[in-house]
Structure formats: structure tokens, C-alpha cells
Ligand binder design. Structure first.
Ligand code: ZN
Length: 481
């Protein structure tokens, strides 16, 4: 809604303010003020405006509005001019909840215009002519201005709100110390209103982080997942930066795609004590049961995870715990081990591995999904297996029958299972969230042996699968159907 400057003529407050303002001005001529013509004209304007129309007598007493020595337009009189300025200042600050100010020098001189020529200065015209500012609060990070808020208090409040996001004190979390990693300062500044963000906008931007757009050229054998991994991003983030794409969208080498890297503006460092409920994973034990057929397995006792209460001191940066030292542990529920009964061992299985065809290899896919990363050289290293896409908890199976050589922590492999299939052939399954077999156990082809995870050196959940022949890794794709 666009307010007419003239309608404001009747509002109480600006009217009084303007009077005071006028009386304090040295340029204001008392003789002029007392002129009966002016009073008459003003009254005429009052009366006629009340009925909704413009009317000015032929030789009406209007005024020029002068900004910094330049005539910018004509107004009904000084008071309506003042009200018009007041309206513009209010409008400029309205979205920020403040009234803008001006350093411009404002003056009026009497103007005589005929009724036909009278075209009062509009609010829109004045908005372009009047330079405005607000006394705002600026946030600088490492001496770089980042955000400007409507006031210094709101700038400080924003920093507090951002800290509060990551430092919620509760029954199980006692926050003792909060600071920013970066050098953060707030200061008063005079700026034009368009440079100022509302606290809500600023908090949203702060939460989003600093988004830097980059272009990436697809390399041979790249996949969405691999591109994400190379750039330390999540697959979903890469897809989001390329609207319309999904995991199934094909990409070609040489093609350009977008990456939007996000880094937080601010890092909230908090220190405190927390109590967490942690899972105690169950152990798996295998027993031979002669009543079962050879290589047949059966769960004799279902395992279940236990639980413990862990109290620890932490250092946290934004939402990530960067250091943790346990001060107390209490088991609230014991884990129940899984007992697997298995039949007598069959005659050793001979796996007929043949290169290329796949058909007769005897190896099956350990996980029904797609390949995220292939065997071979990749960004400064050699990838010794294939990465199969999966979510944490997806079950994967043994590629062929064999004996578990090891099932345990394998450094960068995380929770890792190695199976010996005889004839110098082994397979490895890395990054498991859970391993369901243990060393020494025999497994059948297609038997679930573990669950997909992201343990060890993994940026996201997947199954890293290797085929090892006489101690060297080979390309699994040459052996899979
Ligand atoms: Zn891998």
C-alpha cells in the first residue's frame, strides 16, 4: 500500500515532531511562518484534503524541498514535506523494524505555483533522492565484515543464537565452556538499509554456511559417489548442486558438473560432560552340530546387543565431537552372544575361477547394488577392490563358500572379513557396521556374513570388496557374473 504524503498530514505524531523540528531550524523564517497566506493555504489544504481531493488556490503557497542545496521537488508545505521525509525514512527501515536516518541537509523555500502546474513530489521520487542510513551492528570474522544486522544488540544476539544451536544443556549434557574458533567482533556501523539483514535472514545464512560454487570435469570411471568422495562431499550434496540429477543419471568423461562447497562461517567450540547410551555389539560363536547336513547352518541362539551408559568429557566443534575421553562406563544391559550351529564340513569346495566370462567363475555378487568406485588407480593411489553402494545395516553375503580367515578390525578397512576359498583365492569385505561371522567359521556361498557400514577409512557407508589371488588383488569384475 502506498501512502500519500498528504494523508500523513493528519497523523498526530509526525505532525508534532515536525513542528518541533521546524522551530529548531535557523533557516526557518518566522515572518514566513506567520504569513496569513500560508496559514490560509494550509487550512485550505486541510479542508479540501478531508474530502479526498487535491485543491490549491491559484496562487497557492507551496514549498520547494531542497536536499543538499538541490531543489528536488515541490510539496504542499513544509509540514507535508517533513511528513513525506518521515514516511520515506520509516519505509526504508520498515522491514528491519527500525526508522532509517539521513545525513542529508534538508531545507524548504517558499514556492508559488499555479493550480494546474502543481505536481507534488511523490514518495517514490523522494526515495530516490534522499540518502538514508541506519545505525546497524556489523559482525566481522577475522576482520572481514560478514553480516550487518539492524542493531548492535541484534548482532550480538545472533552470535548467541548460533552458539545455542550447538550447545544445548540437558540432563545428559552439561556445557561448561563456549567460544568461537574464529576471531569474531561486533561493531556499530552506519550503512544503507539494503545492506542489512534481519536476524532471521542472518541466522539462516549462518546456518547454511559459506557456499562456494565450483565446476568439476568428470574423469574416466567417475561416478556420482566417487566425485563426492574426491571432493570430500556427500553424494546427495553433489546431486543437489546439479538439479534434476539422480544416482542413475549417466555422466560422461569431460562433462562439466557443479559442486557447491559449503564451509561454516563460524565454528562454535564447546566443552562439557555428556552421558550417552552406547550399543555393545553381540559376539558370534559357531558350534558344530552333527545333526545338520554338511555346510548347513542354523542360528541356535539369537544374539542381541547390550547397552551401556558412557559418561565422557568432550570438545565439540559445531555439531562434531572432536575429542572425547571416557570418565565412567556402566553396563545397563548385557549383550547376548549369537550361537550358530553348523553341520559337518563338506569336502573342500573347488571354485572354478575363470577370467572374463564370469559365468563359470563361481563367485557371486556379495551385495546387489551398483558400483561406486572401480578397481584401479584413482586420485593418487591404487584402489584394490570395488566399492558397492549400500546403506548402513544392509546385509551382504559371502561371494563363494569358504572359511573365514579373519573377522575383526583391519585399520583403514574398518571391520573387515577375509574369506579363504581355497586354491589361493580369497575375498575381503571391508567397512562393515557389523560382522556376523568369526575367524575359523565356514560359510556358504550367499550366506549373510556382515552388514554394510562406514567403519575405517570410509566417507560413507559402502562395501569395499576385494578378490585376492595368490596374495595379490585382482579386478573383481573379471570374476563376477
Ligand atoms: Zn574401496
Amino acid at each position: 500500500m502506498k501512502k500519500s504524503s498528504l494523508s500523513l498530514f493528519f497523523t498526530n505524531k509526525p505532525w508534532l515532531q515536525s513542528l518541533v523540528w521546524l522551530q529548531n531550524r535557523s533557516w526557518f523564517s518566522k515572518e514566513w511562518w506567520k504569513s496569513p497566506k500560508i496559514i490560509g493555504g494550509t487550512l485550505a489544504a486541510f479542508i479540501v484534503l478531508g474530502s479526498g481531493g487535491y485543491y490549491l488556490a491559484n496562487s497557492s503557497s507551496a514549498a520547494y524541498l531542497i536536499i543538499n542545496g538541490e531543489k528536488v521537488g515541490i510539496v504542499v508545505n513544509q509540514l507535508s514535506g517533513q511528513n513525506l521525509i518521515q514516511t520515506v525514512l520509516q519505509e526504508k527501515g520498515a522491514t528491519l523494524g527500525v526508522v532509517a536516518k539521513t545525513h542529508d541537509k534538508i531545507e524548504f523555500t517558499p514556492a508559488r505555483v499555479s493550480k494546474d502546474q502543481f505536481q507534488p513530489l511523490s514518495e517514490g521520487e523522494l526515495q530516490d533522492k534522499l540518502s538514508t542510513y541506519i545505525e546497524a551492528g556489523e559482525i566481522t570474522i577475522a576482520n572481514q565484515p560478514i553480516f550487518i544486522l539492524p542493531s548492535l544488540e541484534e548482532a550480538q544476539g545472533l552470535l548467541k543464537s548460533y552458539q545455542d544451536i550447538y550447545t544445548k544443556t540437558s540432563d545428559t549434557n552439561q556445557v561448561n565452556e563456549v567460544s568461537f574458533e574464529e576471531q569474531v567482533e561486533t561493531q556499530s556501523v552506519e550503512v544503507t538499509p539494503d545492506k542489512v539483514l534481519t536476524p532471521e535472514q542472518a541466522l539462516e545464512k549462518l546456518k547454511q554456511g559459506n557456499i562456494q560454487k565450483q565446476e568439476y570435469t568428470v574423469q574416466a570411471s567417475d561416478s556420482w559417489w566417487l566425485i563426492a568422495r574426491k571432493n570430500n562431499m556427500k553424494t546427495l550434496e553433489v546431486l543437489a548442486a546439479n538439479p534434476g540429477t539422480t544416482l542413475d543419471t549417466k555422466i560422461k568423461p569431460g562433462q562439466k558438473i557443479n559442486l557447491a562447497k559449503v564451509t561454516p562461517f563460524l565454528t562454535v567450540v564447546s566443552k562439557g560432560t555428556r552421558i550417552d547410551q552406547e550399543t555393545i555389539p553381540f559376539d558370534v560363536e559357531t558350534k558344530t552340530d552333527s545333526s545338520l547336513g554338511s555346510d548347513q547352518t542354523k542360528v541356535a541362539q539369537a544374539g542381541s546387543d547390550g547397552q551401556k551408559e558412557v559418561k565422557y568429557i568432550y570438545v565439540q566443534k559445531n555439531d562434531k565431537i572432536v575429542s572425547k575421553s571416557v570418565i565412567e562406563e556402566k553396563v545397563t544391559k548385557e549383550a547376548v552372544k549369537q550361537v550358530i550351529a553348523k553341520g559337518p564340513k563338506s569336502t573342500p569346495m573347488v571354485v572354478a575361477f575363470s577370467r572374463g566370462s564370469g559365468q563359470a567363475s563361481g563367485l557371486g555378487w556379495p551385495l546387489n547394488s551398483h558400483i561406486n568406485s572401480y578397481y584401479g588407480y584413482r586420485w593418487g593411489g591404487f584402489h584394490t577392490g570395488i566399492d558397492l553402494a549400500g546403506d548402513t545395516g544392509d546385509p551382504y553375503v559371502a561371494a563363494a563358500a569358504g572359511k573365514v580367515v579373519s573377522a575383526g578390525w583391519g585399520g583403514g578397512y574398518g571391520n573387515c572379513i577375509v574369506i579363504d576359498h581355497g586354491n589361493g583365492i580369497m575375498t575381503r569385505y571391508a567397512h562393515s557396521s557389523k560382522m556376523l561371522v568369526s575367524a575359523g567359521q565356514s560359510v556358504a556361498k550367499g550366506q549373510t556374513i556382515g552388514l554394510v557400514g562406514a567403519t575405517g577409512n570410509a566417507t560413507g557407508p559402502h562395501l569395499h570388496f576385494e578378490v585376492i589371488i595368490n596374495g595379490d588383488t585382482v579386478n573383481p569384475l573379471n570374476y563376477l557374473p
